[in-house]
Ligand binder design. Structure first.
Ligand SMILES: *[C@@H]1O[C@H](CO)[C@@H](O)[C@H](O)[C@H]1NC(C)=O
Ligand SMILES: *[C@@H]1O[C@H](CO)[C@@H](O)[C@H](O)[C@H]1NC(C)=O
Ligand SMILES: *[C@@H]1O[C@H](CO)[C@@H](O)[C@H](O)[C@H]1NC(C)=O
Ligand SMILES: *[C@@H]1O[C@H](CO)[C@@H](O)[C@H](O)[C@H]1NC(C)=O
Ligand SMILES: *[C@@H]1O[C@H](CO)[C@@H](O)[C@H](O)[C@H]1NC(C)=O
Ligand SMILES: *[C@@H]1O[C@H](CO)[C@@H](O)[C@H](O)[C@H]1NC(C)=O
Ligand SMILES: *[C@@H]1O[C@H](CO)[C@@H](O)[C@H](O)[C@H]1NC(C)=O
Ligand SMILES: *[C@@H]1O[C@H](CO)[C@@H](O)[C@H](O)[C@H]1NC(C)=O
Ligand SMILES: *[C@@H]1O[C@H](CO)[C@@H](O)[C@H](O)[C@H]1NC(C)=O
Length: 346
């Protein structure tokens, strides 16, 4: 077995680094007992392969564990007006802190990630991944500092972790299936998202997603599905269960008009089809009037088989009511929902 040990009580200053497999050993261990930090001045960052700081590519059987702190020193990148950001063309352009690409049988346990320049963890083209007992933290106003982004990956379990950032807590993107998210505490940040899917008319699929026993506090969204107009493909068999929301601005949201501000997103006929989405035991408070926003595309098959059981989302403000809003949303309410979702079509 190959192993690398970063001993406790030490601090390691790392420039961007690529761990390129395949390795001869079927199991590779990286023990992070000490701390890792990046350069505090972004002009010192050179040589980012695919815009990543700590990059693992084609390393199977990788086990990273330990209680060390991994600090991406993002603050030096967050002032995006700073012309020095694009330090050396083709090397670093506000990187991801840790990227796993083609890493099957990956385990990441215990470590603490702090202040990534961009998203903290990116998982692509990987199978059988377990992430547990980690913490991620970055300021609420730090740009694009997603906690964990997953795409084109399967059998990913993320559990028992705390994620506080300026953007999505966890985002499940195109090409994902069999993803299980449990026991996650999010906030601040933008909540747990499926998508965004179907940008620029692309084809995207996501299926068999379970998000359960998660707590969101002070986040922009609770559980969100976001798709671009004009996209193709589907997001289906998605289960949100036992979700505890405190002061969450958009507790339950499906947004099929996602546009991320800057682009021209005129009405387009195609849509990524959202179906078989179950919300069970989603409860808590929101400062907003609209607690449930099902804003589906005008395409007739856009949102179908949405199911709601035991929803209870009340206003965080005294004496205020919450509401559900629907646009072309199809499904049914099981045993109870507060607010009532009378706008749902069968
Ligand atoms: C590692 O980082 C943590 C959190 O910042 C800190 O409490 C600890 O003292 C650091 N340890 C070393 C050896 O730098
Ligand atoms: C970062 O490095 C650049 C180039 O060497 C220098 O001009 C700048 O003052 C440094 N910034 C800080 C905060 O040290
Ligand atoms: C970097 O990204 C390109 C394009 O996605 C990919 O072909 C290449 O294998 C990646 N490099 C590594 C080291 O993974
Ligand atoms: C998800 O993980 C939980 C434990 O964290 C487990 O009980 C459950 O069966 C898993 N669900 C799926 C669909 O894999
Ligand atoms: C969509 O395509 C346009 C034109 O090719 C491009 O400028 C834009 O960056 C793309 N949008 C995204 C979010 O990739
Ligand atoms: C929901 O989360 C809040 C805030 O963390 C906590 O006080 C409350 O006990 C939780 N409720 C349940 C039923 O777990
Ligand atoms: C639904 O999306 C449309 C298009 O972006 C927007 O104008 C509308 O306000 C949204 N509806 C709700 C209730 O958020
Ligand atoms: C909904 O939650 C509120 C606040 O926690 C509670 O007082 C109320 O009894 C709950 N209603 C239902 C139907 O569970
Ligand atoms: C509501 O429906 C769910 C799912 O069918 C079920 O597990 C639960 O026992 C029901 N609750 C009540 C109070 O009927």
């Amino acid at each position: 077995m190959g192993s690398i040990v970063l001993p406790g009580g030490k601090l390691f200053l790392l420039s961007p680094i690529l761990f390129q497999g395949p390795c001869n050993s079927p199991i590779v261990k990286l023990q992070v007992s000490g701390n890792i930090t990046a350069h505090t001045n972004s002009t010192k960052w050179v040589g980012c392969e695919n815009n990543s700081w700590l990059y693992f590519s084609s390393v199977s059987g990788l086990i990273i564990s330990g209680t060390g702190h991994i600090n991406g020193q993002g603050a030096s990148w967050w002032n995006i007006a700073n012309p020095l950001h694009k330090v050396v063309k083709g090397t670093c352009d506000r990187p991801t802190a840790i990227r796993f690409n083609f890493c099957n049988d990956l385990q990441l346990n215990g470590v603490n990630l702090v202040d990534s320049p961009r998203n903290h963890i990116s998982i692509t083209f990987s199978k059988r991944v377990t992430i547990s007992h980690i913490t991620i933290s970055a300021p609420e106003d730090s740009p694009n500092t997603d906690g964990i982004d997953i795409s084109t990956s399967h059998q990913v379990h993320i559990l028992d972790s705390t994620i506080q950032t300026g953007d999505d807590c966890i985002a499940i993107n195109l090409g994902c299936s069999n993803i299980n998210i449990t026991g996650i505490s999010c906030g601040p940040g933008h909540g747990i998202s499926v998508g965004s899917l179907g940008v620029n008319g692309t084809f995207a699929t996501v299926e068999n997603i379970n998000v359960a026993h998660c707590t969101l506090q002070g986040t922009q969204n609770g559980v969100r599905i976001k798709t671009w107009q004009g996209g193709m493909g589907f997001a289906r068999f998605i289960n949100f269960e036992n979700i505890n929301l405190t002061d969450v601005r958009n507790p339950i949201i499906i947004d099929q008009f996602y546009c991320n501000g800057a682009h021209d997103c005129g009405i387009k006929p195609n849509a990524v089809q959202v179906s078989h989405v179950t919300y069970m035991d989603v409860f808590g408070t929101t400062p907003s009037k609209i607690a449930i926003n099902l804003n589906c595309s005008d395409n007739s098959t856009a949102c179908t088989n949405l199911l709601f059981h035991q929803i209870n989302i009340t206003s965080a403000l005294p004496q205020k009511q919450t509401l559900a809003a629907c646009h072309n949303a199809h499904g049914q309410v099981g045993n109870s929902s507060l607010p009532p979702i009378t706008c749902l079509k069968p």
